[in-house]
Design a protein around this ligand. Structure first.
Ligand SMILES: [Zn+2]
Length: 275
């Protein structure tokens, strides 16, 4: 079983570049299939309305629920006060298994960490090189798992990536993914120092070729059980505690959310507005 933990899907909210334009999965799925990748975690790209973007991703997941998992994308500032309602819809209605956010939109907030804690969701947070926040996340939310993709920097900022390795080693709840890491020696260094249990296979599809990204993991030349952790075991462990649909924690959160009213995504979001 090979699971890609990091792939974007749906229609982006802008026309700045591939990160906020349409991400068609056709070519990705053909390439992933050739590479032997069985499943993929999908989330939106940068978008101006993540409730809408998550809904679009949910429709894609529903078309092939045996092939896809999904994470709910949230905006730390624009969705402030709405995160519980948005994530509840994503988990209970769509069956999503994690939260995704990007420093491009803003810095991670306590609200997002607390909602992740309620639903036992892993949080994938692209820190864009601002690795120091990981120390605080690890210390203040030790029961929440954080995946810091690209070893902390898609730009391959060596200092940030090197610094993240130390966090992987020291903090049990901090993970990374392999997506887009160009400096192979740093990836190898991270796995050797932090262990295969702290690294997840990801591709940043559909922009990067999933087969090329997978080759990096193969060339790590790990023992079979270590490679298996990176290719699927770690992700499956991180999403195993998620309480989808009818779990008691989700039900409690749901009751709290709905006690304030709302019958669809938009109304729920409006009801939870704090301003
Ligand atoms: Zn990405």
């Amino acid at each position: 079983m090979i699971i890609d933990c990091h792939c974007h899907a749906g229609t982006g909210g802008g026309l700045t570049g591939p990160w906020d334009a349409a991400a068609s999965l056709g070519k990705y799925l053909r390439r992933a299939s050739l590479a032997g990748i069985n499943r993929t975690v999908l989330f939106s790209m940068i978008h101006s309305d993540y409730a809408m973007a998550n809904h679009e991703v949910a429709r894609i997941v529903a078309s092939r629920p045996d092939r896809f998992y999904a994470f709910a994308f949230v905006h730390p500032d624009r969705d402030r006060g709405h995160v519980l309602a948005m994530v509840r819809i994503a988990v209970e209605n769509y069956g999503f298994r994690g939260i995704k956010l990007h420093h491009h939109d803003g810095r991670i907030t306590r609200e997002i960490c607390q909602v992740a804690r309620i639903f036992s969701l892993p949080v994938m947070y692209d820190v864009m090189g601002e690795v120091s926040v990981v120390e605080l996340l690890a210390r203040e939310y030790p029961d929440v798992s954080f995946i810091i993709p690209h070893l902390g920097s898609f730009e391959d900022d060596w200092r940030s990536q090197l610094a993240l390795v130390d966090h992987l080693v020291r903090h049990p709840n901090i993970y990374t993914d392999t997506a887009g890491i160009r400096c192979f020696d740093l990836l190898q260094h991270a796995v050797h120092r932090a262990g295969a249990g702290k690294v997840l296979f990801g591709t940043d599809g559909p922009w990067l070729h999933p087969g090329v990204e997978l080759a990096k993991v193969r060339f790590l030349d790990l023992a079979q059980h270590e490679e298996r952790l990176i290719l699927s075991g770690n992700l499956l462990r991180l999403i195993a505690g998620v309480q989808p649909r009818s779990g008691p924690i989700a039900a409690a959160a749901s009751a709290a959310a709905w006690s304030r009213g709302g019958s669809n995504d938009r109304r729920a979001r409006n009801r939870f507005s704090t301003n």
